[in-house]
Write a protein that binds this ligand. Structure first.
Ligand code: FPP
Length: 240
């Protein structure tokens, strides 16, 4: 595989609330605008031949928000996952999820299962919605799964190598090449900590509802300026 190819892009969809506030509107208005933008960006990523797109749309910590906001987001998920099934069947996009089931309501879990099931044979871009996701939880859950296998003598301690650990994460995806977090915040907020080990980071100030295709292109251009060394060196260093 070409080391430089942008194969897996991860996106922290951030700034919907601040975008709405600056317009004197409710946070829900920002989430709706964020979703509309996301729908456009997903298709644009496909057009740009990205193979894996991981999207942080709801963290385990987001349950701390007001009931009104959490309910609004859950409604948005249910309504849109149902609506996107036909579109993604046509676009050949496969939808998968990363995250814990509890405490999601059944109606949300069922909508997730339905779009996952109906798009599972699609062979185009994979969209990994990280919903009720937290990276610490993912690492703990993978560790528990592996411990169970050791206890039941399905594997030995020596079998636990990095590849094997990865296979026990929520999804076994290639490493992230580029992480984008919109809104100017420069932190990871418990997102894909394992998978981001060698990713390039891009933190535009733009709030997500304003993250247009042009902004997306700038992120990709930035990625292709990076010299990715993965711990090695790519130039001839005459000092050694
Ligand atoms: C974080 O920033 C964003 C979220 C918690 C929600 C993002 C979700 C969507 C855009 C909807 C996605 C919908 C589907 C169907 C996948 P924030 O909006 O809380 O912004 P703030 O930091 O400015 O308050």
């Amino acid at each position: 595989m070409d080391k430089k190819k942008l194969n897996h892009l991860a996106l922290i969809v951030d700034g919907n609330g601040r975008w709405a506030k600056e317009k004197g509107k409710k946070r829900s208005f920002g989430h709706k605008a964020g979703f509309d933008r996301l729908e456009e960006i997903i298709l644009y990523a496909k057009e740009k031949k990205i193979e894996f797109l991981s999207l942080y749309v709801f963290s385990t910590e987001n349950f701390k928000r007001s009931t009104e906001e959490v309910c609004y987001l859950m409604d948005l998920f249910v309504h849109n996952f149902k609506r996107l099934i036909k579109k993604y069947e046509k676009e050949n996009i496969k939808v998968i999820f990363s995250g814990r089931k509890e405490p999601l309501e059944d109606r949300v879990w069922n909508a997730m299962e339905e779009i996952k099931e109906k798009t599972k044979n699609n062979t185009g871009m994979v969209v990994n919605f990280c919903l009720n996701y937290g990276s610490h939880a993912e690492i703990v859950d993978a560790t528990k799964k592996i411990c169970q296998k050791v206890i039941h003598h399905e594997i030995s301690i020596e079998d636990i190598k990095e590849d094997y650990f990865e296979q026990n994460l929520y999804q076994n995806l290639p490493p992230v090449d580029l992480l984008i977090r919109t809104s100017g915040e420069c932190r990871l907020s418990n997102f894909l900590l394992w998978q981001l080990a060698y990713a390039e980071f891009y933190f535009p100030k733009t709030y997500f509802p304003d993250f247009t295709k042009t902004e997306f292109d700038k992120a990709i251009d930035y990625y292709y300026t990076r010299d990715r060394r993965f711990g090695g060196i790519t130039y001839e260093d005459k000092n050694y």
